[in-house]
Design a protein around this ligand. Structure first.
Ligand code: 5RP
Length: 218
């Protein structure tokens, strides 16, 4: 049976709720994460609350009556659940299509397990077909763009301001054969806050919605 992309997102969101046990849950940003929030709301009695990776997610969680905690007031969480723009068999991800990459990476760093929820269109052999988002301090945007050209990319400034008051440069045309090295290299450019490669800390579990059901990769 053929499912729509939204149906696949909903199925994978339901599968992710199986990982919700108790305590505080880290919640990502984007349309797949939004489906997860709908499912999380159904089991909200089991949890203490959530940490949000964006203002949009915080608002949505609160609208469902889920308490949102400041990350600084908690000392850990079992799981962080979020989507991705691309993910490989090594569970390296490219994220930030929604511009929330920095807060996503911070919340993910605190979580013991990153549960990535995706539909099968996101599963790729190599990262980089989707333009790589880089969050940059506004005064550094031209300098950073020139440095990104030296790495072989074509930078394009997104018409967007992040929750942290910064800009996003989307880098097209990068051939990302070594995501761990590329993540570190871009982070070393002065003025870069974060880039959307989640390779140094990949996902722990990938729940992938396919036409044949939700598959689990670890
Ligand atoms: C937001 C993200 C999202 O996880 C990513 O863009 C996937 O979004 P969607 O679930 O809407 O396809 O990294 O910054």
């Amino acid at each position: 049976m053929a499912y729509t992309q939204d149906e696949l997102k909903q199925q994978v969101a339901k599968a992710a709720v199986e990982y919700v046990k108790e305590g505080i849950i880290g919640v990502g940003t984007g349309s797949t994460a939004n489906f997860f929030i709908e499912e999380l709301a159904k089991v909200k009695h089991k949890i203490e609350g959530a940490v949000a990776s964006s203002e949009a997610t915080a608002q949505r969680l609160r609208a469902h009556g889920i308490e949102v905690f400041d990350l600084n007031n908690i000392d850990g969480m079992d799981i962080y659940v979020d989507g991705a723009d691309e993910i490989t068999e090594h569970l390296h991800m490219l994220k930030g299509g929604g511009g929330a990459l920095t807060r996503e990476k911070i919340v993910a760093a605190v979580a013991r397990q990153f549960i990535c929820i995706c539909d099968e269109t996101k599963y790729v052999p190599t990262l980089g077909k989707f333009p790589l988002p880089v969050e940059v301090l506004p005064m550094a945007r031209s300098y950073v763009a020139r440095e990104l050209v030296k790495l072989g990319g074509q930078p394009a400034l997104r018409n967007f301001t992040t929750d942290n008051g910064n800009v996003i440069i989307d880098v097209h045309g990068l051939n990302i054969t070594d995501p761990v090295a590329m993540e570190a290299k871009i982070n070393q450019i002065v003025g870069v806050v974060t880039n959307g490669l989640f390779a140094a800390r990949p996902a722990n579990v990938l729940l992938l919605a396919t036409a044949d059901g939700v598959k689990t990769y670890k």
